[in-house]
Ligand binder design. Structure first.
Ligand code: SF4
Ligand code: SF4
Length: 97
């Protein structure tokens, strides 16, 4: 089972409260706005790594499937906030298959 990501970048555009660098607009300074990709992907912080966050902090609290589902629901909120197309929303039910 892998975390499902549509690479919409909505999370990278809403990092104000997460302590990552941004230019005042909440968009991470590491996001390449032309390609919509992370410019430091291989060295991105733990905060941006779903699996690592699960292993480090959430494993005692819930299953990986539950954690993935919670993250995907958070993605949906951010996708709505950004006004992105519905097609960027991954289906939480996929984790049950
Ligand atoms: S908001 Fe979710 S689906 Fe979009 S890039 Fe971030 S993790 Fe992936
Ligand atoms: S470091 Fe990369 S993955 Fe993390 S929020 Fe910034 S652009 Fe997104």
């Amino acid at each position: 089972m892998e975390f499902l990501c549509s690479q919409c970048s909505a999370c990278c555009r809403n990092i104000k409260e997460l302590g990552l660098p941004h230019n005042g607009d909440g968009v991470c300074s590491h996001l390449n706005r032309e390609t919509n990709r992370c410019s430091i992907y291989n060295t991105r912080p733990d905060l941006c790594r779903v699996d690592r966050m699960f292993e480090k902090y959430f494993k005692p609290e819930m299953s990986k499937k539950e954690f993935y589902k919670l993250n995907t629901k958070a993605c949906h909120v951010l996708i709505d906030k950004e006004g992105f197309d519905e097609s960027f929303k991954m289906d939480v039910n996929e984790y049950d298959k």
